[in-house]
Design a protein around this ligand. Structure first.
Ligand code: URA
Length: 207
């Protein structure tokens, strides 16, 4: 298990767009997907490949292709905001959906929907959710996936709170966590500060 904060000037520039409260929905969506795409490079480094024979215009040679299915699992609804950016680089990935929302009073995850591809257990699964706050939703999602036989799981978020990281690491030490930034902490409403506000509302223009 490891926690990887992916530091890159392009990511930091686009993160400024996300944090800025005056950023409109269009730029917010674009920047979120672009960061997710840039993070994919790092988060897919351990994907399995196999050798194949390929004929170049000059001769036969040995090249490599992906040999392991990949499944993205966006945690509804904010996770949807990262899917297109990742699919740009892993276009053959399947997408499973898991619906979990946070009860704003108890802060506990509430499950309402799941639909996974049939080969999810053999897949490398990338769970995506822009904000790792208390860790409740992602821990629930990892529990669910392990329960249906998945063993190779990474989690990608844009901003993580140290409290949420600690919760996930404690319960699922085998899961790698990739974040574009680790922020200072959670406020009394379990929002990440300085954060970017409510990711779902900013992606979908609801408020
Ligand atoms: N979910 C969000 O969208 N933002 C936070 O700061 C925490 C959880």
């Amino acid at each position: 298990m490891s926690v990887i904060e992916i530091k890159h000037p392009l990511i930091e520039h686009k993160l400024t767009n996300l944090r800025n409260k005056y950023t409109d929905t269009k730029l917010f969506r674009e920047s979120l997907n672009e960061i997710a795409g840039l993070m994919t490079y790092e988060a897919t480094k351990d994907l399995e490949v196999k050798e194949v024979e390929t004929e170049t215009p000059l001769q036969m040679t040995i090249t490599k292709v992906l040999s392991q299915p990949v499944t993205l699992v966006p945690i509804l609804r904010a996770g949807l905001g990262m899917v297109e950016g990742i699919l740009q680089f892993v276009p053959t990935a399947k997408v499973g959906h898991l619906g979990v929302y946070r009860n704003e009073e108890t802060l506990e995850p509430v499950y309402y929907y799941a639909k996974m591809p049939s080969n999810v257990a053999e897949s490398k699964v990338l769970i995506v959710d822009p904000m790792l706050a208390t860790g409740g939703s992602v821990n629930y999602t990892i529990d669910y996936l392990k329960g249906v036989g998945v063993s190779n799981i990474s989690f990608l978020c844009i901003i993580a709170a140290p409290e949420g990281i600690a919760k996930v690491v404690e319960r699922h030490p085998d899961v790698d966590i990739y974040a574009a930034c680790i922020d200072e902490g959670l406020n009394e409403h379990a929002y990440i500060y300085p954060g970017l506000g409510d990711a779902g509302d900013r992606i979908f223009g609801t408020k």
